[in-house]
Design a binder for this molecule. Structure first.
Ligand code: NAD
Ligand code: WQD
Length: 338
């Protein structure tokens, strides 16, 4: 089967492409390289021993998407392509709404017009905001996200649910918690553009001496050590969940499927625990200072991921330390390229 992977040269997309190829799917990638680089494609080929088809274009361009669907017998799509920087989304709301929602609608139009099913959407735990219950279940009420980025995810989910009901499609909304780590080959990972916003890339660059010290945003949260708690999921585990979700959609004989899964480990780790695990895993120091809380941050978020385990036969079982080891390996690889 041929699967379209939008944003397939991005962080999570590239790892998922490798897993799809391993499972004998044909893969067509579209990525405009706005947040990736061409060498990722070469590394996907090296790691998987297979060659996905690649088109470097902007998915806001409807006519190019139309031509792509004319040229390939696409039978499913995993839609990763989006802008994802929370802070930037506040400064450039129209760019975020345009990019994240137009990409989605353009592809759904092709699915509708050509009678294609099997659509997977990259959603986020951000749709839950600061949830009133912990762990977070798929049925935990959603809250209006603080950021424009978060709103594009919530709006995206709404659009897809309406689409699936009206046109009888099979869809899966995957709500990722905090993806971290890199491919064990050391050849694929996250490419942070500029100063990283996310914790693990910042920790990594601090350990590497690129940043002087990590600012820990708040140690007065009502948690065990006062720092905020998240559910850090290893990117390869996350990639495998996409294959499992896709296989479930394909196998279903129903004409309409509306799957929603939390993808996390089920465990919360504090910022300090992440720093300590990184230091232990890699035997390297991470200098840090305690700062004020970051505006818009929540205190705690971790998943109940038992639905995915039950229905997909999938579980995130890579430890924080192993995930953080691969991040360091990826950092070394990036340094060796310069
Ligand atoms: P990423 O930025 O590494 O990957 C996204 C890819 O999409 C990039 O390679 C970029 O070049 C491409 N892209 C963006 N706009 C495009 C356009 N108009 N046309 C063609 N290509 C375009 O991000 P990621 O971390 O791999 O995230 C993948 C998806 O998962 C995103 O939808 C993101 O919102 C979602 N998500 C990410 C996280 C996270 O923490 N990384 C958490 C939850 C959800
Ligand atoms: C984790 C913890 C920070 C950086 C973001 C998006 C969310 C989702 C996942 C896409 C927090 C603390 C961080 C630093 C720190 N992405 N921190 N110093 O905020 O949980 O979620 O990524 O959908 O939408 O908002 O992740 O990695 O930014 O932060 O102390 O330099 O680390 O305050 O407690 P977050 P994060």
């Amino acid at each position: 089967m041929t699967i379209l992977v939008t944003g397939g040269l991005g962080y999570i997309g590239s790892h998922t492409v490798v897993e799809l190829l391993k499972n004998n799917f044909e893969v067509v990638i579209v990525d405009d390289l706005s947040n990736s680089e061409k060498f990722i494609l070469e590394n996907i080929e090296e790691v998987s021993g297979k060659k996905p088809i690649f088109y470097p274009f902007d998915l806001r361009r409807k006519e190019l998407i139309h031509q792509l669907f004319d040229a390939h017998h696409i039978e499913g799509c995993i839609n990763f392509a989006a802008y994802k920087a929370v802070g930037e989304s506040q400064e450039k709301p129209l760019d975020y709404y345009e990019n994240n929602l137009f990409i989605l609608i353009n592809i759904l139009q092709e699915f509708k017009n050509r009678n294609i099913s099997n659509f997977i959407f990259s959603s986020s735990c951000t749709v839950y905001g600061q949830a009133d219950e912990m762990p977070i279940h798929e049925t935990t009420p959603l809250k209006m996200p603080e950021s424009v980025y978060g709103k594009t995810k919530q709006m995206g989910e709404e659009i897809i649910l309406d689409f699936a009901k009206a046109y009888h499609k099979k869809i899966s909304l995957l709500r990722y918690f905090n993806p971290i780590g890199a491919h064990p080959s050391g050849k694929l990972g996250e490419l942070p553009l500029g100063i990283p916003n996310n914790l693990v890339p910042f920790v990594t660059q601090t350990a590497a001496g690129i940043r002087k010290e990590l600012s820990i945003f708040g140690n007065d949260y009502p948690t065990l050590d006062g720092t905020a708690v998240r559910d850090y999921i290893y990117v390869v585990d996350l990639a495998k969940a996409h294959v499992a979700a896709l296989q479930k959609l394909i196998a279903s004989t129903e004409d309409t499927v509306l799957d929603i899964y939390n993808l996390g480990t089920g465990n919360g780790s504090s910022v300090l625990e992440v720093v300590q695990a990184f230091e232990k895993a890699n035997q390297v120091a991470v200098p840090y200072k305690i700062c004020d809380r970051r505006v818009g941050d929540i205190t705690i978020a971790y998943a109940n991921a038992t639905k995915a385990e039950k229905e997909l036969g999938w579980k995130a079982d890579t430890t924080l330390e192993i995930a953080l080891k691969t991040t360091w390996q990826w950092q070394k690889y990036l340094e060796s390229r310069n």
